[in-house]
Design a protein around this ligand. Sequence first.
Ligand SMILES: Cc1ncc(COP(=O)(O)O)c(C=O)c1O
Length: 394
Amino acid sequence: MRPARRLERIPPYLFAELERKIAGLKAEGIDVISLGIGDPDMPTPPHVVEAMVRAVRDPGTHQYPSNRGRPEFREAVASFYRGRFGVELDPDTQVIPAIGGKECIFNINFAFLDADDVALAADPGYPPYTGGPLIAGAEPVLMPLVPERGFVPDLDAIPRDALKRARLLFVNYPNNPTGAVVPDGFFEEVVAFAREHDLLVVHDSAYSELTYDGYVAPSFLATPGAMDVGVEVFSLSKGWNMTGWRCAAIAGNADAVATYWRLKTNVDSGLFDAVQLAAAEALTGPQDPVREMCATYQRRRDLVIGALHEMGIDIEPPKGTIYVWAPVPVGHTSASFAEEVLEQSAVVVSPGSAYGPNGEGFFRISLTVPDDRLAEAVERLRTSFDERSRDPEL
Ligand SMILES: Cc1ncc(COP(=O)(O)O)c(C=O)c1O
């Protein structure tokens, strides 16, 4: 059996070796703490679960959903955007549900890219911004994100020949994996750039609700002119602890939303109506659980930043996301550091190189484990680090 060539275009899975080692350690009975994947440990808010239970009991939700989505869902997204971001959306033409942000991002590539077209993607970045274009037969062109520029791409540095073929520009703030937030003026620059080069901007706002120190993340769609050139992929996964529910929306430019819908009618049969109704409750009901979650992640972030500081790794605390992005100690690559941490401390961190070539030299810690486990992980890191600095043989 031979898999399709398009699958072979995807680079090898960098976590594979790490996963093999984790499985080996667990088989030996070692207590491994994973700070690898960004999957919230806290439950979905109870009022959302209750709304789901009610919706599931209603036989009206049991048939094929429509790919346009239920009016309750589309109106809830529009109402949330108005209240939270000051953005007006027409629920009939500018919003439809997606089966999670990942599905949406992946399918946008198929809806907008032909062979040899280019999608501009951040490096490091969330892997579907590069895997999606590759599987769609197109080409991802990487835009380096470096600390010196606040992890914001230099749009003027994008090669001219790539720009001529570019159709999509992926942007994501608060940013995975770097934790960076968007600086003033960047979204405006993106709108002007997209106009000049006829690009569709896809802003992934997966972490817009998870911010700290009083910072409030804007919607890209609130930028003047953004509605002409872009869409936003808004996921409920992280903000409402709903990763398992697979629930997101695409919102913004009506033509782009309709194009995505046209593709989707050929690919899947929509998002379970009961999930749409529960999501509507999440968006329009009380928002205290989101605020409480931010307080929890901020506390965990401070714990990790403090420990890294004691280990001689000084970084600015991120203002958003559920990640800490830090440079590996001198003498290590991303992979060698992740392997050493696993072997010596039984703690899993993500090697930065898994997110693109410019992730080399960094590692990512996810804050999605309970406080006591995080404290234990941090203690183990500190101890093995202390031993390492005491013993030059190590
Ligand atoms: C930047 C970014 N976008 C989208 C997603 C996926 O979200 P969803 O669960 O809605 O597919 C993630 C998940 O980690 C992410 O980090």
